[in-house]
Design a protein around this ligand. Structure first.
Ligand code: GUN
Length: 300
């Protein structure tokens, strides 16, 4: 029987709705408006699209959106000065510096300059450490989106075997920490894993985040498993015409959908959740900054 398709677009819409409701309540009850600052250095076209979408969705949720677009030759010192300004700005509860940064700027230094309380990406060492030690953290948006979808799909995750394929700082490692926090038995697999097919085949939950198109075939997946595909890979699609391309995940959807119990498609799965989680993190940061109770269901 074919798997249930997990509709990330609908899920993200629902999450954005809950965010907007909470924003309206913060305004009515406390006169508070959560504010998100996004900083973009340079003119990478993909980053410009992301930043535009972030700004639009932030405003649509009723929040303050501040965008800082800086030229590609901005100095590291100037960027650090802007971050210091945003750290001190009481209207701003979340700061996101769009990555990648130009090569002359040290990304790790810039990320560490962000006040951990405003680090809505969850990239600072303080937040990485808090997540790893089970304390209240700001959690990276993409793994948070995966977790919210898994909880909605499966209810309790406790005791389940989970494999995370990929060990990046942005997705794989925080995803593994979140699943551990849910009392899963977690395996982190990567490019050097010896028997990847065997490791994937034992898992009740598969999170694929390696960035290699369709590398996980349906034949590896345990029947009935829940598959979350984080990959977004563009591949040639000659069937659509000369020079055409299409997006695929890290999982071979056509074969996996026949075996899995539930699966996220690409596009329309994890992707739409990432910005929705950024908005949720900004609301969470605003509540924490003001000593208010956090909204249910918006954080880890
Ligand atoms: N570039 C691509 N994805 C991300 C992300 O999640 N956060 C930031 N800051 N930059 C990105």
């Amino acid at each position: 029987m074919a798997a249930r398709i997990i509709d990330g677009k609908a899920f993200a819409e629902g999450l954005r709705g809950r965010v907007a409701d909470h924003v309206a309540r913060l305004a009515a009850d406390h006169g508070l408006v959560p504010g998100l600052a996004v900083v973009l250095v340079g003119e990478d076209p993909a980053s410009e699209v992301y930043v535009r979408n972030k700004g639009r969705q932030t405003r649509e949720a009723g929040m303050l959106s501040v965008e800082h677009k800086l030229p590609a030759d901005t100095s590291e010192a100037a960027l650090l000065a802007l971050i210091a300004e945003l750290n001190a700005d009481a209207r701003i509860h979340g700061i996101l510096v769009q990555l990648p940064l130009p090569g002359h700027i040290r990304s790790d230094l810039v990320i560490e300059a962000i006040d951990p309380a405003k680090d809505v990406d969850g990239f600072t060492i303080a937040n990485v450490g808090r997540l790893a030690t089970g304390q209240k953290a700001m959690v990276p948006c993409t793994p948070l989106g995966c977790l919210l979808m898994l909880r909605a799909e499966l209810g309790t995750l406790s005791g389940r075997d989970a494999v995370v394929v990929g060990r990046s700082n942005i997705v794989g490692k925080p995803m593994a920490q979140l699943l551990l926090g849910e009392s899963c038995t977690v395996t982190v697999a990567h490019s050097r894993t010896r028997d990847l097919a065997g490791v994937v085949g034992r898992a009740d939950i598969v999170v694929a985040a390696v960035g290699r198109p369709q590398m996980i075939p349906g034949g590896w997946i345990k029947p009935g498993a829940t598959v979350i595909d984080v990959g977004i890979n563009r591949i040639p699609a000659p069937e659509k015409g000369a020079g055409k391309t299409r997006l695929v995940g890290d999982v071979d959807f056509a074969s996996a959908v026949e075996v899995a119990g539930a699966i996220t498609p690409v596009p329309g799965g994890v992707g739409p959740m990432t910005i929705a989680c950024l908005l949720a993190n900004t609301v969470t940061a605003c509540c924490r900054a003001n000593g208010l109770p956090e909204p249910e269901g918006l954080s880890a």
